[in-house]
Design a protein around this ligand. Sequence first.
Ligand SMILES: Nc1ncnc2c1ncn2[C@@H]1O[C@H](COP(=O)(O)OP(=O)(O)OP(=O)(O)O)[C@@H](O)[C@H]1O
Length: 357
Amino acid sequence: MNWDDTTDATPDTERLVGSVADREDQAVEAALRPKDLGEFIGQEKVREQLDLVLRAARARGATADHVLLSGAPGLGKTTLSMIIAAEMGAPIRITSGPAIQHAGDLAAILSSLQEGEVLFLDEIHRMSRPAEEMLYMAMEDYRVDVIVGKGPGATAIPLELPPFTLVGATTRAGLLPPPLRDRFGFTAHMEFYEPAELERVIHRSANLLDVEIDAQGAAEIAGRSRGTPRIANRLLRRVRDYAQVKADGHITRDIAGVALGVYEVDGRGLDRLDRAVLEALIKLFGGGPVGLSTLAVAVGEERETVEEVAEPFLVREGLLARTPRGRVATPAAWAHLGLTPPQQIRGTSGQQDLFRT
Ligand SMILES: Nc1ncnc2c1ncn2[C@@H]1O[C@H](COP(=O)(O)OP(=O)(O)OP(=O)(O)O)[C@@H](O)[C@H]1O
């Protein structure tokens, strides 16, 4: 397997509850990845459909159709691509959109693939335009035109490729141009995981890491993992450290709760930044509406950090609403901070007025 490492350090990678892989995640994740579809937890529909696609291809002795996986970071797209290769008995090559800036970069990868190989292209929406156009032909006809020379003297040399399976992954399927989207035979959207599924992920990982954990301990970590297996595994490792240093190594509900309190991850998975945003919104601006820039200044962060790092989870959790007049804390946000919202936010008519979009 080849791995082009293109992971950028973003504000998200510095957070314990960030969903993008940090260096430590990259080092340990290989050991924790499920190896086949049977081991892969949750995503029932995706698993069932993919199982059919792969079985049918195997029965025909053919290369599997191209697969597009969409969903937030850390939900298992890389893991599934490796499972696809394993189920097809094929090798896998891993790269990403930002690593392919020139069509020539892509031609070099495609021309070195073996027959039936799986090419995993992470962040496929971030590929350059010329590379994307080369990919259309490669996906459809297993052929690329390599341009030799420059200007009027340039010539296109056709190059046959062996049949391969492209597995594209994206956090934003809507950003893919339709001609690219249409060339995938199977598209799957990965959802956030239910707490019960994350508990299974945690028990499985604890087993592999040789960590003792009881059912309540796993439930406590699952409830703070923001629907994301990567975060569940990371929180498990931090709780394990605490249990080893401060107790007998066994993880219970109390140990998990206290350990994650030390790391400022609260019962619902919010961290210091998330709570700072809600607190500023409520305590300084009476719950809003307030403009994003003002809110960012109030918490001492960049506008982009508040918008891209903190807000998506707060919106998903129903704690913050984006309205045309600005950001608004919902009644659930007041309750989460142990505060009582004023009457006009609690009352249905006032609430409807605030949240009208
Ligand atoms: N369904 C699952 N069952 C068990 N573990 C899982 C599952 N999905 C993901 N994981 C675990 O979560 C970690 C992150 O998964 P993975 O790297 O596949 O996510 P990803 O969606 O590819 O993220 P990114 O978009 O950042 O590349 C892996 O170590 C894997 O062990």
